[in-house]
Design a protein around this ligand. Sequence first.
Ligand code: 5AD
Ligand code: SF4
Length: 441
Amino acid sequence: MDNKKVYIETYGCQMNVVDSERIVTTLKSSGYEMTDESSQAEIVLLNTCSVRERAEQKVFNRLGELRHDKPQIFGVMGCVAQLEKEKLFRRAPFLNLVVGTHAIDRLPSLIDLAVEGRQKLLDVNDEDEGGSLDVAERARSSRWTAFVPIIEGCNKFCTYCIVPYSRGREKSRSAATIIKEIDDLRQNGYQEVQLIGQNVNSYRPKTETGLERFSGDTPFSRLLRAVAATKIPRVKFTTSFPRDFHPDIVAALDENNNLCNWIHLPVQSGSDKILKAMRRGYSVSDYLSRIEAISRAKRQYALTTDIIIGFPGESQRDFEDTMRLVRECRFHSIYIFKYSMRPNTPAAKLYDDVSKSEKTARFNLLEDVQREIQNQIFSEYIGRDVSVLVEGFSARSERDLTGHTTCNKVVNFPGDASLLGKTMSVTVTSAKSHSLYGQLS
Ligand code: 5AD
Ligand code: SF4
């Protein structure tokens, strides 16, 4: 086969990053070549996200732009493909391939068929046919940090969320496979793994193979102990779900220093009324008691969260409750999202009554409150030594390196390429609200 060039653009969550890595691996082994230039590629693929309207809109804008490169084969994969199905061909008649999230394993052979001249190939079954999450080896986006999926899909059906429809039901990978993957990564010089899934706390493999030697009150806390035992230097995980965040998870973290001191625990709202309408399954006081348990732990954990503002029915008072919660929790960082109606979700039936301008106003107010808290938290790091895994050069300056602390803060400091992939002690000399700056200690 002549080496056809493939260009892939990836949007959305880490699961999409992993899916793109899988595709790259398989395509390379079938003789395709990757390129970073869409105009050089015969095959162009967009791996898409539909979690919010803006993410979806971006996909359609990019489709319009990329068609000017006139690729021989143009495909859409990921969540928008899964949800829109054949409608995508109507909206973008120049597409050749639409491949959903459950058909990722078949994408390479579909590309082969398209190369042979087959037109408008569609593979978007909603049934998960057990397509494997496992490829023996995977091209990785980084040489030192790797995403390791442990569970895919979600059974929670929060009323605003499209993920249970675009990614399907929860499906856990076997612990033995996860541990083998992490062992291999460690032997190949990887310094950090991030265990990923829409809800890692509900990790529930079919069998306990690989976990027999490890104790713990939940399969996830047993998995954490098993992963810690691989001795990979750093383990992070995301995303946690408050109701499933069992105290034994904190116990496992406390016992193992290579399990990092960062917990991402999305609260979504500080109002019980809104949490109920979101069908999150916990109250503000349940959330606070989780946080309290974390703050009583032996080690100190950096807590981060997601918040949706402007959910249907969110009154000024509900919003103030969210502001109060944010002040109380002192998160190290927050992702704030304006509510975005997703078609066919239960919340789509509710009247989206918070106006666009009110959403923006609430967004800005919450951001201001958080900025002040974050400025304080980050400035408390000045003068402290932090351990930084050096991951690359800073986007700002070629003389500065950049990396993350164990508590997932970005740190920039002057240094050269010889430090890439190493973990260095850095003395923090200044702080902004989203990153730290320092010098080698
Ligand atoms: N509108 C706004 N934000 C959303 N999120 C998920 N669905 C929506 C939506 N329809 C946010 C949640 C979630 C994060 C990944 O995206 O806060 O935790
Ligand atoms: Fe969506 Fe809720 Fe599942 Fe998170 S837990 S992916 S917000 S349905």
